[in-house]
Write a new protein. Structure first.
Length: 432
């Protein structure tokens, strides 16, 4: 049997192995990113060891003198970056944010309109996720598969028919802005609360490179803070209504609703991330979208079925490729992983079997943080095509992936620009 020391050393080696593998890999998962050096510095602090239930100035614990200042600063930065009157930065993830909003705006048996999972909706919007757990009944918007977006007339019809308590928008596969301007006239007609899950596009909204839902008839925006917004794994809720009753319900939804302590080290890292978004967010968001478009174009030129060619492939960080011709999403994702290209299989709206997705989802945001531009997107498309289209053994492609990636391991669009993305502090010595 292995000793405790040996087991701890194994965990250490596995973690180091992971770090080294990602240093040598092309990260294309659309929901991930790398934090900045300064965000990491504050994340890896004593804040991690502390408790602070409640709000600044109204805590249930002593020891929060600095915590209160950090949290207030974080809220103010969120309000500035997202141009709004209210921000709560205590939810510990995107799904926890969504649970908190559900507690605030919907009761069991209420009706909610949402984007279906197969059309890119998030699991927490579904009957099998947080929404179902709250006992809320869901109705899916008709979806325009050709344009990979909600069908405007269908959505208006659905909202008029269902008269939902809440109309929820937002996706995990998000190629184009939701047509809120075209739909919003029905919100007042049925008097619903409007909610937008911006998890995937938070960093693009901050950079002014996507839609601005709070200016398009949306009451509440929720989201995680670690996708296009390159912050800690955490959550956030914002609103611009200035409606005290809603703000109080949202606050209570977060605490005591669905969180106790709210991960104070993450709040500090989020504050730094928002300060960096204020300084560098526009340039980063712009390059992220440019890179996604360039990757879409380059894959399309290499005989891959990238969705929505007629619309320029995307207006976000994400592109979707139909890989049915190349043995489906699971096989393609596994083969690419063997070549150190990391992405995920994804359902397409027309997939009939949920366990056999025919798509893969690709995000450009993390590569953008590492300083890659359009030229590298063409190189990456070629590496992907060598595995998927030309069916070269992944082991043959891997050395070229590693060689490309080793030129791009430093962080950009942040303070301390140029610091290594994959270096973490370690202690000397071997335990076993
Ligand atoms: N489902 C995750 C994703 O989009 O990858 C987000 O929670």
């Amino acid at each position: 049997m292995q000793s405790a020391k040996e087991l701890a050393q194994i965990v250490r080696e596995l973690t180091r192995g992971h770090n080294a593998w990602f240093r040598d890999s092309i990260p294309l998962i659309a929901s991930e990113n790398v934090m900045s050096p300064l965000a990491r510095e504050v994340m890896n602090s004593d804040l991690h060891n502390r408790y602070a239930e409640g709000l600044p100035g109204k805590r249930y614990y002593q020891g929060n003198i600095f915590v209160d200042q950090i949290e207030t600063l974080c809220e103010n930065l969120a309000k500035e970056v997202f141009r709004c009157k209210f921000a709560d930065v205590r939810s510990t993830s995107g799904t926890v944010s969504n649970l908190a909003v559900l507690m605030a705006v919907a009761k069991p048996r209420d009706k909610m309109t949402t984007v279906a999972l197969s059309d890119g909706g998030h699991i927490s919007h579904a009957k099998i996720g947080a929404t179902g757990l709250r006992g809320v009944r869901t109705y899916s918007y008709p979806f325009d598969e050709k344009n990979m977006n909600i069908d405007v007339q269908g959505a208006k019809r659905l909202i008029r028919e269902v008269k939902p308590k809440v109309a929820l928008f937002g996706q995990s596969v998000y190629l184009f802005p939701t047509p809120l301007d075209e739909i919003k006239e029905v919100f007042a007609e049925v008097n619903c609360t409007t909610w937008y899950d911006a998890a995937h596009v938070m960093g693009l909204i901050a950079g002014g490179r996507f839609q601005d839902p709070l200016r398009q008839g949306i009451d509440v925006v929720s989201g995680s803070t670690h996708k296009t917004l390159p912050g800690p794994q955490h959550g956030m809720i914002i609103s611009d209504l200035g409606k005290e009753s809603l703000e109080t319900s949202l606050r209570r939804g977060v605490f005591p609703g669905v969180t106790s302590n709210h991960h104070l080290h993450s709040v500090a890292a989020l504050a730094v991330t928002l300060a960096e978004a204020k300084e560098f967010g526009e340039a980063y968001a712009d390059q992220t979208v440019r890179n996604a478009k360039a990757l879409g174009e380059a894959l399309h030129e290499r005989d891959m079925d990238v969705l929505c060619e007629h619309l320029g492939f995307t207006e976000s960080h994400t592109i979707v490729v139909d890989v049915e011709r190349y043995h489906g999403g699971a096989k393609v994702a596994r083969a690419l992983e063997e070549a150190n290209i990391i992405l995920n299989k994804n359902l397409l709206p027309w997939d009939s079997d949920p366990v056999k997705p025919h798509g893969v989802r690709i995000g450009s945001q993390e590569l953008t943080r590492l300083g890659m531009k359009e030229a590298q997107m063409v190189e990456i498309a070629e590496l992907i095509a060598r595995v998927v289209v030309k069916e070269e053994p992944p082991a043959n492609v891997k050395p070229d992936v590693v060689a490309l990636k080793r030129q791009f391991t430093k962080l950009h669009y942040c303070f301390f620009e140029g610091e290594e993305a994959y270096d973490y502090p370690t202690y000397d010595g071997n335990l076993s």
